[in-house]
Design a protein around this ligand. Structure first.
Ligand SMILES: *Cc1c(COP(=O)(O)O)cnc(C)c1O
Length: 387
């Protein structure tokens, strides 16, 4: 087995032009980034005000097909504010997948709400709407139009699905569950910029969507994020409270509530504008890489390359293999790949196993726990062979 994975490691490195070390995901920059960032430095507009923030917000809304995008400091901040404005309050519960990056659960916790972890589907790696509904039937009851968790007595306010590694979840089925149980939908679209569900961009289906432009995401602003919404009023409010809730005035400092300093600096937005111009190209390159990996793993017994669900078009942000644990040992695979210079990572530890969330309510997590032993991410930077 070791020899086989050493060969796979070599094949992966070949794809990336035989580099000594191939990272999981690295950003791609060219002259545009230098031009826009230099413009910020030369004009002095590097901080919290500037034309690139407005421009990035405009272009993001256009790209994702929503009415408004509000740029913020990072994806976690976007989720925090999206859930807050969606009405998530202290002591509410929020359904979310157990298989996610910790930001989803952290953001709910900032509001003193309680994450309620549910299982994922093998087809999407995201929330399984049918299993969610089964779970609701088991633990929930409707009271005055609100879903109550019978076991904890708390209101369950929202569902926050996450489009894992760029693969869209079954949004229509989820919206249907939301409607029947009075739940608000907020999409964690941090990984799915450039991914579509039935032809419509992810992040625009719920009341809010949250994007991330962290250094490892499909496009980066260094650090950054955005709140997406089709509600102009809520967008204006999101902008207001993420910019210290200051009432516009030529000189007075008046703030009408406790706001947040969650702004994206102009210099980061400049980087974002340059990256967004290349986003379609990044997606095309990643989809090309999927084909190359498919050919590689087709020949390997007990390894499958994960591909997009039938109803969606994925950005393939992180390439994903699913191993058969009877034939391959996860930690051994990780060891050989990383040792050989092809960076690989397991999927996240399920949230319910993490110390801060160990006492949170949860449904049956059998698929989550199975996938945890089987899912590995492999080098995914935009395809570069032949360059
Ligand atoms: C990256 C990411 C976020 C946001 O992360 P930030 O580092 O705060 O920008 C949120 N949720 C998921 C699932 C992510 O992958």
């Amino acid at each position: 087995m070791k020899k086989q994975w050493q060969e796979i490691t070599q094949s992966i490195k070949e794809i990336y032009g035989n580099k000594e070390f191939v990272p999981l995901h690295e950003p791609t920059f060219d002259k545009k980034e230098i031009e826009y960032v230099t413009d910020c430095i030369e004009t002095g507009w590097v901080s919290s005000v500037g034309k690139y923030v407005d421009e990035l917000e405009k272009r993001l809304a256009e790209f994702t097909g929503v009415k408004r995008a509000v740029a913020v400091g990072n994806g976690t901040a976007a989720l925090h504010i999206a859930m807050k404005i969606a009405g998530v309050q202290a002591n509410d519960e929020v359904f979310m997948p157990a298989l996610t990056f910790i930001a989803t659960a952290n953001a709910a916790s900032y509001l003193q709400a309680v994450p309620h972890f549910v299982d994922v589907s093998k087809e999407t790696l995201g929330i399984d709407p049918a299993m969610l509904e089964d779970h609701i039937r088991e633990i929930g009851e409707m009271k005055d139009g609100q879903l109550i968790n019978k076991q904890t007595g708390r209101v369950i306010r929202a569902v926050v699905p996450m489009h894992t590694f760029g693969h869209p979840v079954d949004i229509d089925a989820l919206l249907d569950v939301c409607e029947r149980y009075g739940l608000v939908l907020v999409e964690d679209a941090a990984e799915s910029l450039g991914s579509y569900y039935k032809g419509q961009h992810t992040g625009g289906f719920g009341l809010f969507g949250a994007l991330s432009f962290n250094g490892n995401k499909i496009m980066t602003t260094g650090g950054g994020g955005a709140i997406l919404t089709n509600d102009e009023k809520l967008a204006a409010y999101a902008k207001h409270i993420t910019t210290t809730a200051k009432i516009p005035h030529r000189w007075e400092y008046r703030h009408d509530e406790i706001g947040f300093n969650y702004r994206m600096p102009n210099i980061n937005a400049a980087l974002g504008c340059a990256q967004l111009e290349k986003l379609n190209e990044f997606v095309a390159q990643k989809r090309q890489l999927t084909k190359v990996y498919q050919a590689l793993f087709e020949q390997i017994d007990g390894v499958e390359l994960f591909t997009e669900p039938a109803f969606g078009t994925s950005n393939y942000w992180l390439q994903t293999i699913i191993i058969d644990p009877a034939k391959h040992n996860r930690d051994e695979v990780l060891d050989v790949l990383n040792q050989g210079g092809a960076m690989a990572r397991p999927i996240w530890t399920p949230m319910d196993e993490l110390l801060p969330f160990k006492d949170c309510p949860k449904g049956d997590l059998s698929v989550t726990n199975e996938l945890n032993k089987r899912v590995i991410n492999i080098p995914s930077s935009p395809f570069t062979r032949g360059e």
